[in-house]
Design a protein around this ligand. Structure first.
Ligand code: ADP
Ligand code: MG
Length: 650
């Protein structure tokens, strides 16, 4: 097949441009990325080889080989891993199929649109764009690859000018060789010289020391020959000697003693092992010797990955037995609400030889998992108690996982609620700060019997809710539920420390003080007196509301819409509707403020007869207002606007 030229996708081009114009200042990480790809490729081969020995072609000496060459200004990274077919080369390194890269570009676009300085932002740091990082240092990248078990090899080449070429070629060994033709700045003319073996060695030690496969490189020496006593022979001509060295220690970090490991080493290991770009928020390194023996190295990453709650996110820990890798992403160690944890477990009590399915059900695994969960929760509780700021940082990244955990306990059962309820934080009406349920209940006045909350997408909307006025005046703290999942979590909790949760937009507020009692009595009284009028308002709304009531919770607003105590709330109804699940309807109750001028006005109109057009129109307008206050669009906004315009023109 002849040489073919392909255009890069627009997105790939964009990404390459970014790479070349270096939004990421730490160029040297390119080597870590390419080595990590090589190591992944060997992993893949190794795993396929377990069931299909033919694919190994009799060669199980896995290795990664580096060749820096000053003369040709190149650095070559070779592996004897799985290799790629022609289609795979085009698919994997010619297009951006990975959702992570797409998300990265979208973030970048957003940042640009809002005029953020993208050069300052270590955004690649949050996503990672692997292979393309080669273009930060190379003018030309050449990939020669042969898929294990196949005979035809392919050569891919690009100078990042918008296109790449692909052609057939020869390659004796399976696997992939990536040759970077370095830009002059990175080949001795600038500060960095990646054709210098010692520079390369330093980078491997810094970033890739824990790669499981040997990373080898030849060192060239020119030496004067020595005599039997080890003395240089005078006048002898220098000879060249090549020494093959393995650059990485390959010693698994977790097997070393905790006191010997520096923070830096943990950080680099974490980034290498879990393909992360930032240092973790917290690391847990535990060794346990008992009936079950294991070592665990776990970490809370610095940031939640963009897809943490999407189906393509794969949670789970790596499993090792006596330092031999057995499984990636084992989901059965930690509960789903800790899905953000990264890490590994190494235990001689896990058997290498049983199937994945059996392993996942093993008693040992369950015991280890429970212990790890306990440790993590304990450490989080400690963080909440002793370093609030750090805990809030954690909460802002991963709090949602815990809230989903509470909600899911409806299905999973067990004691999840007890484990998590004290770790939850909510935004509070008190200075807009985060508050725990314990803090809330401890500082609420004795007369208060309920924990009040309000739902909306943002603080401002809640603060303007008509219902808030009374509570604010009475100095009652309200939890702001700003994420739809908050309300689901609260609904699942039902109560904390014997105090039920109560939405300020649902049922009666249930305030117990004398003044509230009086207001309630008065409202009931007015309701009775205006029985016919109220009934007619309800009738005029023709089934849009389940009930109309005289309000005991409004101060200056004319109306508000609340949901019946039983059944979903208005905001839950919205959430369900957003999920295309319009089955769950809140029972809407329209509350009228008897002290508002509109109340009298409406009564006046009603006096002209319940079928008067004006009365009906006013009822409808009031109802739509109440909807708008709740952030719900009227079914027919045009009709609303027309009615309002007509009224204004009167
Ligand atoms: P990631 O490693 O996160 O998947 P990269 O951009 O680093 O992203 O690599 C893209 C893809 O290219 C890899 O997923 C892999 O399929 C392929 N690839 C890159 N390097 C190699 C290699 N040395 N051997 C085999 N495949 C490779
Ligand atoms: Mg990669």
């Amino acid at each position: 097949m002849a040489k073919e030229t392909h255009e890069f996708q627009a997105e790939t081009r964009q990404l390459l441009d970014l790479m070349i114009h270096s939004i990421y200042t730490n160029h040297e990480i390119f080597l870590r990325e390419l080595i990590s790809n090589a190591s992944d490729a060997i992993d893949k081969l190794h795993f396929e080889g377990l069931t299909n020995r033919d694919i190994l072609e009799g060669d199980e000496n896995y290795e990664i080989f580096l060749v820096p060459d000053k003369e040709s200004r190149t650095l070559t990274i070779s592996d004897n891993g799985i290799g790629m077919t022609r289609e795979e080369v085009i698919e994997n390194i010619g297009t951006i199929a990975k959702s992570g890269t797409k998300a990265f570009l979208e973030e970048l676009k957003k940042a640009k649109e809002s005029n953020e300085d993208v050069t300052d932002k270590d955004m690649i740091g949050q996503f990672g764009v692997g292979f393309y990082s080669a273009f930060m240092v190379a003018e030309k990248v050449t990939v020669v690859t042969r898929k294990a078990g196949e005979s035809q090899a392919y050569k891919w080449e690009s100078t990042a000018d918008g296109s790449f070429t692909i052609e057939e070629c020869e390659k004796e060994k399976r696997g992939t060789s990536i040759t970077l033709t370095l830009a002059k700045d990175y080949a001795g003319e600038g500060e960095d010289d990646y054709t210098d073996p010692y520079t390369v060695e330093r980078l491997v030690k810094k970033y890739s020391d824990y790669v499981r496969y040997p990373i080898k490189m030849n060192f060239m020496f020119e030496e004067t020959p020595k005599d039997a006593d080890g003395k240089e022979i005078e006048g002898a001509e220098k000879v060249k000697r090549t020494e093959l060295r393995t650059l990485n220690s390959m010693q698994p970090l977790w097997t070393r003693s905790k006191s010997d490991i520096k923070e830096d080493e943990y950080n680099e290991f974490f980034k290498h092992q879990f393909h992360e770009w930032e240092n973790p928020m917290e690391i847990f390194h535990t060794k346990v010797e008992g009936t079950i023996e294991y070592t665990a190295l776990l970490a809370i990453p610095a940031h939640a990955p963009f897809n943490l709650y999407q189906t393509d996110y794969e949670p789970g820990l790596q499993l090792y037995s006596r330092h031999v890798f057995i499984m990636d992403k084992c989901k059965d160690l930690l509960p789903d609400y800790l899905r953000f944890m990264k890490g590994l477990v190494d235990s001689p009590d896990l058997s290498l030889n049983i199937s994945r399915e059996l392993l996942q059900q093993s008693r040992e695994l369950k015991t280890i998992g429970r212990a790890l969960e306990k440790n993590i929760l304990k450490s989080l509780a400690k963080k909440l108690k002793n370093s609030r700021e750090d805990y809030e940082k954690f909460w802002n990244e991963f709090g949602k996982s815990l809230k989903i955990g509470v909600y899911n306990s409806m299905y999973s059962g067990g004691d999840t609620i007890d484990k998590l309820k004290d770790l939850l934080l909510f935004t509070s009406s008190k200075e807009g700060k985060l508050v725990s349920l314990k803090e809330y209940t401890e500082r609420m006045p004795e007369s208060q019997k309920k924990i009040y909350y309000a739902t909306a997408h943002d603080k401002e909307t809640i603060e303007q809710l008509p219902q808030m006025e009374t509570l604010r005046d009475k100095g009652i703290e309200v939890l702001y539920l700003l994420d739809p999942v908050d309300e689901f979590a609260i609904e699942t909790l039902r109560e904390y420390d014997g105090k039920p949760f109560h939405s300020i937009s649902r049922g009666d507020l249930g305030l117990d003080d004398a003044e509230s009692e009086e207001v309630r009595k008065e409202a009931e009284h007015i309701q009775k007196e205006n029985d016919d009028f109220i009934k007619d308002v309800k009738e005029a709304l023709g089934g849009k509301v389940a009930d109309v009531k005289v309000s005991a919770r409004l101060k200056s607003s004319a109306v508000c819409l609340v949901a019946d105590e039983a059944g979903p709330s208005l905001s839950m109804e919205q959430t369900f509707a957003d999920m295309n699940n319009p089955m769950f309807k809140a029972k809407r109750i329209l509350e009228l403020n008897p002290h508002h001028a509109l109340f009298e006005k409406l009564k006046e109109l009603h006096a002209a007869g319940k079928d008067s057009a004006d009365f009906k129109e006013y009822c409808d307008l009031l109802y739509t207002q109440a909807l708008l206050i709740e952030g719900i669009l009227p079914e027919n906004p045009v009709e609303f606007a027309n009615k309002l315009a007509k009224l204004m023109a009167k």
